[in-house]
Design a protein around this ligand. Structure first.
Ligand code: ADP
Ligand code: MG
Length: 689
């Protein structure tokens, strides 16, 4: 139905309350420069290029009719009129109307109406709040182009926007910046053609092509957007090359590294060795590294991080490792300090829940440079933490942090910018790696340590819960350990916690032979440590947990995981959770307990997890289902978000844009960057960080 201003999607303002200035309201929907208007593309179109005979109207399909008002009935709250065009009768209804509308629709006037007809009481078709115009004069023509309907804001009308955008289309030079031969090779129309077409498609254009965004004009716009993103990323990368970082080369010829490697109870896998070589090569350069190490859960990323930290220490600098949860920071501290202590390297932990004196001592050691490797949570980027000589910042489970947090850790002392190494188990679909994350170099640990037995995953109805508990009791009696992950109850931590506590009591009662532990985010640090230690040492055999154990936790002897109400978790999250088991050489089981009835969609999602242990496949499905937000980190990526192109559908276009960006930058960097600037001008995050 045509929007005619009678209904407002915005909260009504009190009488006398003024709207914010127009300029502000426009800026709110991204309209500042002429280019913003040019790129403000219609949401949909109305076809006013044709008059449909009333007898041919179809309920639900918007159309334009012209005829004479044959009757009008007015009540205090509504106006009903009948319009005839000789082929049939149409009813028009306005609930709330202005006197001017009543006179437009008075008996005998000839009107042109645009709206969506629908069935009414009398059997006659009806339009509610159609757009009303006077009928065409004899020598007047219908519009030759479809009428655009733009995304609008409070108090911003369609006629105003249409006029403003038409003016912008005249005012800016729409001349193509993209070299002609490249454009032709890609088979794309010119930018000017495309924009004029999208704002004013000619009569006869099929609306479905426009809706599906498959016509060449849409393709050109999406391509330009992807191209601008690629150019911006390359630009920020070359800007980064101008910044100085400490070249981390070992002062001791790598003696410590050799000692470290031979002290490990295992040999690095080939994939770990390769990734470490890639990281080490970056660290040796005097420009800041920006590398993401991606490896499925359990692939052994921690040891690569430790090697990098060791390299910083060997070169006379400090290294910091930041993890998203206290449990994980604590675990890294225990593991890594055990590795490094014997080499005479001092590691300290900085966490939010440390006692004041303990924390003060740790921070002092950090500031004086006595602490060579510093491990912690977000506490590391809080005020009062200053490093004496930070050479390397490592961020574990990077997708759990926002851009500003990641950058805060590498802020450095102003002279030299530390290297940045990020670790993530969340596999990055190719399209994402090529777009939003293209500013990172990526290394992939694509091999698990030997001897791992794949986890078997089963779906089980909640009705079988008691039988499952009994089964777990038997496994525990045979010396196995298990996790029991409690469901998420609507985004509420308190409720989650209540559910976990209840389950804990219940399992304790049901399994008198087992030692049951409970861990959750609200426990004080020392208790968390005690609970985890007891589980690690095998004293506790069943650990009831909230999703605090989602990332990083490593207890190889735990071979069973129950996830209650698995249907409430995201796929990536389930994969992470399941990654807590299957870490040793014993067969492991993951039981996905689900509620009943299970929707078709949920069953399909759980089947993805059951049938695949391949993080990439799971991530691809997750991207399909949930869009890129999850992969980009808690808060935006620092790279301009795509408005027109879609990573799921435009993979091929993205590839073309990437190649085109390289070629264009080689041939004419000036005009290439002008293109990027035009697209992202004034938009936050342009040219990234
Ligand atoms: P993630 O990549 O999930 O962070 P971790 O670094 O926690 O994995 O490693 C998982 C487990 O595998 C740890 O117990 C670790 O000590 C062990 N591990 C790492 N590398 C190897 C290897 N090359 N051979 C055998 N075990 C390894
Ligand atoms: Mg890890």
């Amino acid at each position: 139905m045509a929007y005619n201003g009678s209904f407002s999607p915005f909260p009504l303002r009190k009488k006398g309350e003024k709207l914010p200035p127009l300029k502000e309201r426009l800026a709110k929907i991204g309209l500042v420069t002429d280019w913003d208007y040019v790129l403000h593309l219609p949401l949909r179109y109305e076809d006013e290029t044709r008059i449909t005979p009333i007898s041919e109207l179809v309920a639900g399909i918007p159309a334009q009719v012209e005829g004479e008002v044959t009757s009008q009935r007015v009540t205090p709250r509504s106006l009903t009129a009948t319009v005839s065009d000789g082929t049939g009768l149409l009813q028009v209804r306005l609930i709330h109307f202005y006197p001017s509308q009543a006179s437009q629709l008075k008996e005998g006037s000839r009107v042109r109406l645009y709206g969506e007809p629908r069935g009414s009481w009398g059997g006659m078709l009806e339009m509610v709040h159609p757009r009303i115009r006077r009928a065409l004069e004899r020598d007047e023509d219908l519009p030759k182009t479809l009428t655009p309907v733009y995304p609008a804001g409070e108090g911003i009308t369609q006629p105003w926007l249409r006029k403003r955008i038409s003016r912008a289309l005249l005012d800016v030079t729409l001349k193509d910046l993209l070299p002609e031969d490249m454009r032709k090779r890609l088979g794309l129309p010119t930018l000017e053609e495309s924009l004029r077409f999208l704002h004013h498609p000619p009569r006869g254009t099929t609306l479905s092509d426009l809706d599906m965004r498959t016509c060449p004009a849409w393709k050109r716009l999406k391509f330009d957007e992807l191209l601008a993103q690629q150019l911006a990323l390359r630009h920020s990368r070359s800007e980064r090359r101008k910044i100085a970082a400490p070249a981390l080369v070992p002062n001791d010829g790598g003696a410590l590294e050799g000692k470290f490697l031979s002290s490990l109870p295992f040999r690095l896998t080939r994939a770990q060795e390769r990734v470490w070589r890639e990281v080490a090569a970056d660290l040796g350069k005097p420009v800041p590294m920006n590398r993401l190490v991606q490896g499925d859960v359990g692939s052994g990323k921690t040891v690569v991080a430790a090697l990098a930290a060791l390299r910083a220490v060997e070169a006379g600098f400090q290294a910091a490792i930041m993890a998203p949860t206290e449990i994980l920071a604590e675990q890294h501290y225990i593991g890594i300090s055990r590795w490094l202590d014997s080499l005479g390297i001092r590691t300290v932990l900085v966490s939010g829940s440390q006692r004041a004196a303990e924390k003060r001592a740790a921070l002092e050691a950090v500031a004086k440079g006595e602490a060579q490797v510093v491990i912690g949570t977000h506490a590391l980027i809080q005020k009062g933490v200053s490093f004496q000589k930070l050479g390397l910042a490592i961020i574990d489970e990077q997708h759990r942090f926002g851009v500003s947090q990641r950058l805060a850790l590498r802020a450095g002392d102003g002279l030299l910018t530390p290297h940045l190494l990020m670790l993530s188990a969340t596999p990055i679909p190719r399209t994402l790696a090529m777009s939003y994350l293209a500013d990172f170099d990526v290394s992939v640990i694509d091999e698990l340590p030997p001897g791992r037995v794949p986890v078997s995953t089963k779906l089980l109805s909640i009705a079988k819960r008691d039988a499952l508990i009994a089964g777990i009791g038997r496994e525990i009696a045979r010396g196995r350990q298990a996790y029991w992950v409690c469901p998420l109850v609507e985004e509420s931590e308190e409720l989650d916690l209540a559910a976990a506590k209840e389950t804990f009591e219940e399992l304790k009662a049901a399994l008198p032979g087992a030692t049951v532990g409970l861990i959750h985010g609200e426990l004080p640090q020392e208790e968390k440590e005690a609970v985890m230690d007891s589980f690690k040492s095998g004293q506790t055999s069943l650990l009831v947990a909230t999703t605090v154990i989602e990332v990083g936790v490593d207890v190889p002897n735990a071979t069973i995981m129950v996830i209650e109400h698995a249907e409430r978790f995201g796929l990536a999250q389930l994969h992470q959770l399941r990654g807590r088991i299957g870490r040793g050489d014993q067969k492991s089981w993951c039981m996905l307990l689900h509620g009943e009835p299970l929707s078709e969609n949920s069953r399909e999602r759980l089947n993805v997890i059951r049938n695949s242990t391949d993080g990439f496949e799971i991530a691809r499905r997750d991207l399909e289902i949930r869009g890129p937000g999850e992969f980009l980190g808690a808060r935006q990526s620092g790279v301009p978000m795509l408005r027109f192109a879609s990573l799921e559908e435009d993979g091929k276009l993205l590839e073309e844009a990437r190649n085109a960006a390289d070629e264009w930058l080689r041939r004419d960097p000036g005009s290439a960057l002008k293109h990027a600037g035009r697209w992202f001008s004034g938009r936050e995050g342009f040219l990234g960080a």
